[in-house]
Design a binder for this molecule. Structure first.
Ligand code: URP
Ligand code: ZN
Ligand code: ZN
Length: 471
């Protein structure tokens, strides 16, 4: 059935204007004043903003990690994402050395197919580069539409790749048209500092932060940037937490290196003191890179404001406090790294960013949706409200208040990292390809309705298969 969203204020990365939206066959077919058709359902959203659905470029759903598996899977994770105003996620497909990439990708299809309630794509982890991997990469791009690779510079003996692998990945990505994503921390130095701390009897969660200093995030960011320049390739630094890394990205951009930076809402509103909480509660805030001293928050907000950082991902990687985080009760290095963030990304960015004047409304849309769609080959199908785009739409009440709590959130995890925080501005209803997934704060979606997204190459616009539009 056709739908008209009436009387809302449409906000894109570029414009803010009052208009109606006609939705037909899951796409936006008209935008204009006083639209009317006899057979359309009319949804009056007077007093609300109408945003393009959020694009979360950084999630870990049902991912084996730290001796356990993340609690939210593609069902609970995408339901929570939808409640939070996100209509597309790009999840990290892990690979194992020696395993064909195709098998790893099929494992991820198995986790997501029939479960997701919003559309999703995959990034592919590269842990080694050899002839077999190089032979498979063209098919990963052409057949799977996976146009971003992830290299970990940390998690020694688990996920960490060496510098040669990172450099070779950058070279291959340049030729293939893929964007390389990097977790930038010096894993070797961390490994030494962790062993030293444990030897000295320092086992509490706070030592997670103290053994991963911001300087080595800056060092790894600079190293990745230098490699990118040498390879004349392109890179996206995930989860930037600190002044050092933000500065290295800005300096590299000034030199003309094709480098992009993502931060996450947790680094903008939480700080290192959370890891000092008593009764092992600090474990709830153990993720990597760690939370930093509070002054870094100001640097990150300013970098988003002035365009030195470009996106905010959630780094959703949820573990229960009871039964998962407590694997590290006597040894901080055994606490599974990660937190529950997917649901609150957009509310926090609006409440703390727009309402407090740190970013503009249009920047908010760019940072939470449009820019990720552009960088990861989904624009303009995703990430904007335009004729021909998917009708992934968030109807947002800018004045509605909510106290964030595990009691009311939709993630499967037993705590909230933002427990008790008041946010102003909430998604009320959310549509994916023209169908309500959340309506008036209630889930009305269909499990498995989310579609897998084959993405365009880096720097290219998404073109719908039926070629209904091009940019
Ligand atoms: O602690 C985190 N961030 N866990 C997820 C894996 C990663 O490094 O992004
Ligand atoms: Zn990471
Ligand atoms: Zn992550």
């Amino acid at each position: 059935m056709r739908k008209i969203i009436k009387n809302g204020t449409i906000v894109t990365a570029a414009d803010t204007f009052k208009a109606d939206i006609l939705i037909e066959n899951g796409v936006v077919s008209q935008i204009g004043k006083n639209l009317s058709t006899s057979d359309a359902e009319v949804i009056d959203v007077e007093g609300h903003y109408v945003f393009p659905g959020g694009v979360d470029p950084h999630t870990h759903l049902e991912m084996p990690f730290g001796g356990t598996v993340t609690k939210d899977d593609f069902e609970t994770g995408t339901i929570a994402a939808a409640f939070g105003g996100t209509t597309t996620v790009i999840d990290f497909c892990l690979t194992n050395k020696g395993e064909p990439l195709k098998d790893a990708i099929n494992t991820w299809h198995g986790k997501s197919n029939g479960k997701a309630v919003i559309d999703y794509g995959f990034h592919l982890m590269i842990g080694e580069v050899n002839d077999d991997v190089l032979a498979e990469l063209p098919s990963v791009i052409e057949n799977e539409g996976i146009t971003s690779f992830k290299v970990f510079m940390a998690y020694k003996n688990v996920l960490q790749a060496d510098d040669e692998t990172l450099f070779q990945t950058l070279v291959a990505a340049k030729d293939l048209g893929a964007l390389v994503m990097v977790h930038a921390e010096n894993g070797d130095v961390i490994d030494y500092l962790v062993k030293k701390a444990l030897k000295e009897g320092n086992t509490d969660p706070i030592y997670h932060a103290l053994t991963r200093p911001s300087e080595i995030e800056g060092e790894a960011t600079e190293r990745a940037a230098v490699f990118t320049g040498l390879a004349e390739s392109q890179i996206y630094i995930v989860h930037v937490t600190c002044e050092e890394a933000a500065r290295k990205i800005a300096e590299a951009r000034e030199k003309g290196i094709d480098i992009w930076g993502e931060t996450c809402q947790q680094y903008l509103v939480l700080d290192q003191t959370y890891l000092e909480r008593e009764n092992f509660e600090g474990a709830k805030y153990v993720w990597s890179p760690p939370l930093r001293e509070k002054w870094h928050q100001d640097v990150l907000w300013k970098a988003l404001k002035n365009g030195q950082l470009h996106t905010v991902g959630s780094d959703q990687c949820s573990f229960d406090f009871n039964g998962q985080k407590d694997l590290g009760r006597n040894d901080f290095s055994k606490i599974p790294n990660g937190g529950p963030n997917i649901e609150d990304r957009i509310s926090i960015m609006f409440s703390e960013g727009v309402k407090k004047g740190k970013i503009t409304l249009n920047q908010f849309v760019d940072i939470t949706s449009t820019r990720a769609a552009k960088l990861f080959g989904l624009y303009p199908k995703k990430g904007t409200i335009a004729v021909g785009a998917d009708a992934d739409i968030v109807i947002f009440d800018p004045n509605m208040e909510r106290i964030i709590s595990a009691e009311t959130h939709h993630m499967a995890v037993d705590y909230s990292a933002y427990e008790g925080m008041k946010v102003t501005g909430e998604p009320v209803s959310v549509l994916s390809r023209g169908e309500f997934v959340v309506r008036d704060k209630k889930f009305v979606g269909k499990i498995g309705s989310g579609q897998y997204l084959k993405r365009a190459k880096y720097g290219e616009n998404y073109e719908a298969e039926n070629k209904t539009y091009t940019m």
